[in-house]
Every structure is written in structure tokens, then in C-alpha cells.
Design a protein around this ligand. Structure first.
Ligand code: TRP
Ligand code: SF4
Length: 331
């Protein structure tokens, strides 16, 4: 590796990505490849922390494949970056166990995402699985196994990064300087609202538009978008500034924004046509990505080969770190 600095980031394998994931994270990951050594990981072990049915378990592998196809189609480049699946480099699990010896339980119980998850899963802090409590320790292990310097994440992950730095400081104090303190790399990304026009786009809310949709699926989905609720009739002027279709035009039809605004506020355009116009913009923007995705998908074994090669490279780094850590910890 060069001395450009190492970037690590991970995504839980939830299957095909939607345009919120794409604009919020993936395009940024792609761009970082120009300036850093990048390591991108499908964190399947993390996915196990919140599973609740055998169907969820069976979905992990196909979900990894669909997500990685999106990554590759969007421009993550296996020639330049390490792209791999977390569980294929089990050294991270060893590091997780070792780090858990220097992580006070109180730190983990205080992480806001832990309390939130417990609530979401309708569990209590007593009934919830032990793995969920250790989620940020595993995330720390992900990052520092590769001695990454920076981690591109959304704001919701800042508490995890803070905890990672605390664990690193504690480890380095007890056993000698070993790991760099990983910095969060926040990028100003637009918050993409879903088709309900209210909440952040997310798969669990079913308000999403997948990047891998066909053009027809995109049209169908966009047709269900909520618009200005006061616009109950075609001849009532709309309020684009409260309409998420308008917000999405800014991203996918940037050249037409003024026209949309004008025609909406004067009732010169109806919402049905406006949505069709948006769907066309989305389809045009994603045409190249979708084409590449189809090509990659058709190549037998391609995704598996990429992931195998990624795991091989990641493992080479991981093994060295584990040897160093074990020695320092007196094992
Ligand atoms: N917790 C992250 C999320 O939910 C996923 C993740 C796991 C991650 N390990 C990581 C992100 C390491 C950055 C670095 O989005
Ligand atoms: Fe929204 Fe377009 Fe309808 Fe105006 S015309 S309310 S911007 S969908």
C-alpha cells in the first residue's frame, strides 16, 4: 500500500441499494478511490446482530451479491480497492474478542444506537443478544485490523467512531502504540427523502427507489410518490418547496428545476406528468450504471472472484495485525 492513507468503510448487506444509499454513500466511496487506498467491506457478521428469522439468514448471501453488484456497477474498482466480505476474513473476529477485553461495558451501553436498536427490536437491555452490545467493538475491529486512518460514514455513525477512537487509545496505552486513531470522514450529502415525502429514504420504510430498478419499475414506483397534499385537483397550484418530487428533480433534472417550479406554482403542469419527468431523469442518470450492472451480472463467477481476491488481500493485512496484537497482549 502507498502512504496516501487508508480508508475503510462497511455496509450491512441489505440487498440492492436505493438512491439514498447511492447518493449518500456509494458515490463518495467511488470518488475516494482517487486519493486513498480504499477497503470496502460487506459486513455480514454485523447483519447477524439483528436477524430474527431463518429467512433473514438465507437472505444474507444473495443480499451480499446484489449489493456488491451495485458497488461494482457504480465504479468501485477491484483493481484499485479491496472489496470483500467481512466473514471471509475471520481475523476480524479474533480482533473483536481481544478488543472486548479493553472495552468497558458502560461505554457500549451508552451508545445511542444501542438504545435505539433495543427499542426497535422490542427487546430490553437484558434480553438483547450479547452480539448487539458488541456491535461497535466489531466495527472498531473492522477498521483497525487494516489500520485505517479515515472512515467515510454518515452522521448516525459518529458515536461508533468516537468509541473506536476510545478503544484505540485504551489499547495503545495499555499495550503500546499499535493503531492509528481512525477519523470520521463526513461529507455533505443531501438527505434523500423517500416516496412518502417525509422520512429519509429507507428499505425498511418501503419508500425507496432501487438503483437497479428497470426503467419501467422506476416509473411505477415514482408514480406512487406523495406530492403537495393541498394539490387535490390538477388546477390548484402546487408548492414545490414542500414536495419531494421537486427535491428529486434538483438532483436528477438539475437543468429543469426552474421550469418545474414555475409550472408547478402556476398549475401549468400536473403531478402525474411531473413524476413521469422525474422518472425519466432518474432513468437517464442511472442508464450507464444499470447497463454495467447487467454486464457484470451476466459474467459467471465474476462477483465471487472479486470477493475472493479482496478477501485474500484483506487477510494478508489482517494476519499481520493479529500477530502483532497477540504479541503485544502477551499471548
Ligand atoms: N455500522 C455501519 C452501518 O450501519 C456499518 C459498518 C460496520 C461500518 N463496520 C463498519 C461502517 C466499519 C464503517 C466502518 O452503517
Ligand atoms: Fe410536486 Fe411536481 Fe406536483 Fe409540483 S407538480 S406538487 S413539484 S409533483
Amino acid at each position: 500500500m502507498t502512504n496516501r492513507g487508508t480508508i475503510f468503510s462497511g455496509m450491512r448487506p441489505t440487498g440492492r441499494l436505493h438512491i439514498g444509499n447511492y447518493l449518500g454513500a456509494l458515490t463518495n466511496w467511488v470518488d475516494l478511490q482517487a486519493d486513498y487506498d480504499c477497503i470496502y467491506c460487506a459486513v455480514d457478521v454485523h447483519a447477524l446482530t439483528t436477524l430474527d428469522s431463518p429467512e433473514d439468514v438465507r437472505a444474507i448471501r444473495p443480499n451480499i451479491r446484489e449489493m456488491v453488484l451495485d458497488w461494482l456497477a457504480a465504479g468501485l474498482d477491484p483493481e484499485r480497492s479491496i472489496i470483500f466480505v467481512q466473514s471471509q476474513v475471520p481475523e476480524v473476529l479474533t480482533l473483536h474478542t481481544l478488543l472486548s477485553m479493553v472495552t468497558p461495558l458502560g461505554w457500549l451501553m451508552r451508545v445511542p444506537t444501542f438504545k435505539e436498536k433495543v427499542r426497535q427490536m422490542s427487546e430490553t437491555e437484558e434480553s438483547v443478544n450479547y452480539g448487539l452490545v458488541g456491535y461497535p467493538v466489531l466495527q472498531t475491529a473492522d477498521i483497525i485490523l487494516y489500520k485505517a486512518n479515515a472512515v467515510p460514514v454518515g452522521e448516525d455513525q459518529l458515536p461508533h467512531l468516537e468509541l473506536a477512537r476510545e478503544i484505540v487509545r485504551r489499547f495503545n496505552n495499555m499495550f503500546g502504540p499499535t493503531f492509528p486513531e481512525p477519523q470520521a470522514k463526513l461529507t455533505e450529502v443531501p438527505m434523500i427523502r423517500g416516496l412518502d415525502g417525509q422520512q429519509k429514504m429507507s428499505k425498511s420504510l418501503d419508500n425507496h427507489i432501487d438503483i437497479a430498478f428497470t426503467p419501467e419499475e422506476t416509473v411505477k414506483r415514482v408514480r406512487t410518490a406523495f406530492t403537495d397534499p393541498q394539490r387535490t385537483k390538477r388546477d390548484i397550484p402546487g408548492r414545490p418547496d414542500i414536495c419531494n418530487v421537486y427535491s428529486l428533480h434538483k438532483i436528477f433534472n438539475p437543468g429543469d428545476v426552474d421550469t418545474v417550479h414555475e409550472e408547478c406554482t402556476t398549475a401549468a403542469r400536473g403531478c402525474v406528468d411531473c413524476k413521469m419527468h422525474l422518472a425519466e431523469g432518474i432513468n437517464r442518470s442511472l442508464e450507464g450504471l444499470r447497463e454495467r450492472r447487467r454486464e457484470l451480472e451476466a459474467r459467471p463467477g465474476y462477483v465471487d472472484d472479486v470477493l475472493e481476491e479482496g478477501a485474500r488481500k484483506a487477510k494478508a493485512i489482517g494476519r499481520e495485525t493479529i500477530a502483532e496484537v497477540m504479541g503485544k497482549m502477551g499471548l
